[in-house]
Design a binder for this molecule. Sequence first.
Ligand SMILES: *Cc1c(COP(=O)(O)O)cnc(C)c1O
Length: 474
Amino acid sequence: MEYKSTRGQAPNMTISQAIIQGIAADGGLYVPDAFPKLGGDWEALGKLNYQELAYEVLKGYLHNFSDEEIKACIAGAYNDKFEKSEIVPVVKAGGAFFAELYHGPTAAFKDMALSLMPYLLTTSVKKEGEDKTVVIIVSTSGDTGMAALKGFENVPGTEVVVFFPDGAVSPVQERQMRTAEGRNAHVFSIYGNFDDAQTAQKKILNDKEFALEMAEQHNIKFSAANSMNIGRLIPQIVYYVWGYLRMIEAGEIKAGDKINIDVPSGNFGNILSAYYAYRMGLPVNKFICASNKNKVLTDFFNTGVYDTKREFYVTNSPSMDILVSSNLERLLYHVLGDGDKVAELMKALAEDKHYEVDKDAFSLFSGAYADESEIIDAIAEMFKENGYLMDTHTAVAYAVYKKLGDNTPTLIASTASPYKFGDAVSKAIGKPIEDTGVSIPRGLRDLDKKQIVFTEAIPKESMKEKIRNEFEGF
Ligand SMILES: *Cc1c(COP(=O)(O)O)cnc(C)c1O
């Protein structure tokens, strides 16, 4: 197993090198050159607990980790940091199966990967004999920031720098980040949107002069905890296999039957992990890519045209307020199989904000979107009819399931606790979320009592300068 850049110009890497590096030197993203196979013995896999299944799914990707290392990483990640012993409960409601991915420390699905990633990174650092401090630069639409701060909290040899769009995340998300407690935490809001933050972040990560300066003067190496890092995607494959097995267990499907997988998408990392599960042998009929009003992915799957020349909306599902979905580049690579072609498309996107492909090559995916009132209606209806509470992002997926679902049993990625977007949810159901009987996640309790530490807002152009200043004393 080797990892290749989607743009074909950077050297191949081992998984440990790719995780440390974060992004490829040619601006591309690292992808596996082959997919390990699950084997299809669903009965045997169905007997495993989450940690054991994680080992079976991950071992093929972590090709230069020993069995002991992989097991230690998994044991460190998936334990009582999660509020449910099964880690990911799978709940049937309104005809679909919801994989609840939000029972980790920060109450969003980003915890699924970012609980494991610090262990993957520190093991990789040891393996590669890297002696520099790893500074993890994070751009976030709201949830990755806190999940990274928490996952890497006080991990020796790491510093975490987070940039989030000022005024465009939920009040709970903002409060979480501004009160982060790690000694290695650095948090800033920027005057700009998530796309601005991610574009600047990628530029900083590919700035060879800056990298040299920071390495020579401060013994620092940059990495990324965004889903541009392959170490973010691999852990997310596990819960799609897990969800499938729970659907067999519930008698909804028989072993080997196909399912639909429906994912509320922004940067396209979560649904891409589902696609990796499919490439490993998970039986999938179709992928449903659900968007909010920033429906650039809906248009892509319906027309083959990716076009970011459009208005950007701040919505009630802020973690999906994205126009440049970074991980679509990986799907382009896997489907087109041609790094030069991908490089050409990404150049067109950067220069003309636009590219076009043959949409028939992507027919395994279908896309639709839900606007703000459809989101609110979906939450209200689900709660009224089934007593089941969804957050605004999960509600996007459910509203789209109603539009695109067929007779195929469907697994929906439920990506955040309703408490993380409590204002919108309370409004939808017409009463305070506290009165629903659903208890507040551990990680969000006492948030109002925590001290605000980070108050600085900066222009989007000064992210690099800010990083330079921040590590002057290193
Ligand atoms: C990040 C996020 C998404 C979007 O996931 P992508 O991997 O970026 O497509 C959806 N919902 C929530 C709650 C999120 O935090």
